[in-house]
Design a protein around this ligand. Structure first.
Ligand code: CA2
Length: 436
């Protein structure tokens, strides 16, 4: 596991390269970041490169670094000369800290000659321009190596509660990202089916997870709705959707979130960014269906027709959506009506289980597809469902469900840890797990 260094930048450094080139040069902060990443990579160090204009944020990041980094390179900018609070945060760190200033602060105004933070720094580089950053990283690598002891890793224990979840790729995604972030991250499957338990065991399982120090739980079928009465509070999204797939356990509280809709929205924005979205037909109004419909309307789909064999279910999902997005944007159709409504549709979204390895087949007659209809799936096992295969053969634009699975995990990881995961890395890792 590579040690991680935090490179932290204070106020106004986001203006680098855009103003005052005589003092600070022409390189932008993005150029500095690229150079730092290159240097850190060569030295076998992981890196978090950040900038903020807020003192509290800088302090929070120093606290975060205390628990997961092996050292800090910091340019506190103007806080250098004013902030006892930044000094105190740095003084609480047990690893080496290097202070960097692009300009030679001793050549400038009197008030820049004094640094509060230097007391906590093993060394200071100033007046070397932006070159000071990679030099500081090189020095930090030496100081870290000479300490010999690996940094203390923050530990996160999380899990997934659901039935028949043994093939889930979520544990692998979370654990791999956790390791890459320098964390001890364990993701347990709590499978009601293999445990021989019913959904009524949920309350006991959550209590047990809480007692054993879990940072959070993902919740899936059949518990996304039944978990709600067991929670202390809900995010606005989870409340609107009446479904929870992520519970954060913190300070004795259980906060329910829904990252499924975000997963679909992000996948859609990336995979089908430029498709027409005047009218879309969605098949399925189950738990996933309500989150996907919410995402679709959030992504600018003007009118959505929801189709479900259970008309009551479709109606109640549509009513909830109409209350949030407007009556004119949602309607309901029965399966025999699909042929009529799909004629005017730009796209089709399948949220039914038909097409999964367990339920093979097509969720609608193949004859209703046509080349100018885009088709989106949320199933990722198999990645190419019969619907996608048929649609692709016709020449339709298509979107598989892989991205949704990844982005719901991206958001859950962020909620569990408070750390921003690397979404690209999680996508890449997910792709290596797809074997079908
Ligand atoms: O020289 C440095 O790196 C400083 O930390 C930069 C701070 C300044 O307050 C310190 O005294 C020395 C200011 C950062 C503002 O950066 C700008 C960059 C371009 C244009 C305007 C501001």
């Amino acid at each position: 596991m590579n040690p991680i260094v935090y490179v932290l930048n204070g106020p106004n450094l986001n203006l680098l390269g855009k103003r005052e080139p005589k003092i600070y040069g022409h390189e932008t902060l993005a150029d500095v970041e690229a150079e730092c990443r290159r240097t850190a990579g060569e030295l076998g160090l992981g890196i978090e490169f950040r900038q903020t204009n807020a003192e509290f944020q800088l302090i929070d990041w120093i606290h975060e670094a205390r628990e997961r980094a092996a050292g800090i390179v910091i340019n506190p900018a103007a806080f250098t000369h004013t902030s006892v609070a930044v000094l105190d945060a740095l003084s609480a760190c047990e690893f080496p800290i290097l202070e960097v200033h692009i300009s030679n602060i001793h050549q400038r105004e009197e008030f820049r000659h004094h640094s509060f933070v230097s007391r906590a720094a093993a060394g200071v580089i100033c007046g070397f321009g932006t070159q000071g950053y990679p030099l500081a990283i090189q020095r930090l690598a030496r100081l870290i190596a000479s300490r010999g002891t690996p940094p203390i890793q923050r530990t996160f224990l999380v899990g997934l509660i659901g039935a028949g979840i043994q093939a889930s790729r979520t544990p692998g995604m979370h654990e791999r990202e956790g390791a890459a972030q320098g964390l001890r991250y364990v993701y347990k499957l709590i499978d009601l089916e293999t445990l021989g338990l019913g959904a009524d065991a949920l309350a006991d399982l959550i209590k047990a997870a809480e007692r054993m120090g879990f940072a959070g739980l993902n919740i899936t079928h059949p518990c996304k709705q039944s978990v709600i009465p067991l929670l202390s509070d809900l995010s606005d999204d989870a409340r609107a959707l009446g479904a929870v797939n992520t519970v954060v356990l913190k300070d004795g509280k259980r906060i329910g979130h829904n990252t499924d809709w975000f997963g679909f929205a992000e996948n859609f924005k990336r995979g089908l960014p430029d498709v027409r979205r005047d009218h879309v037909v969605q098949l399925g109004a189950g738990g996933a269906g309500s989150a996907v419909a919410h995402a679709a309307l959030t992504c600018g789909i003007k009118r959505l027709t929801i189709v479900d064999v259970a008309t009551d279910r479709a109606k109640s999902v549509a009513d909830g959506l109409a209350a949030r997005f407007g009556r004119d944007r949602v309607s309901v159709a029965t399966p025999p009506e699909v042929a009529a409504v799909i004629i005017t549709a730009d796209g089709l979204i399948n949220t039914t289980p038909i097409g999964m390895a367990k339920y093979p087949g097509l969720p609608l007659p193949a004859g209703l597809l046509r080349p100018d209809l885009w088709v989106a799936e949320i199933i990722y096992f198999p990645m190419e469902t019969e619907l996608l295969r048929t649609a692709r053969a016709l020449g339709c634009r298509t979107l598989d469900g892989g991205g949704m699975a990844v982005f719901q995990a991206v958001e859950a990881f962020r909620l569990f840890t408070g750390i921003n995961p690397d979404a690209e890395r999680m996508l890449q890792h997910f792709a290596t797990m797809s074997t079908d």
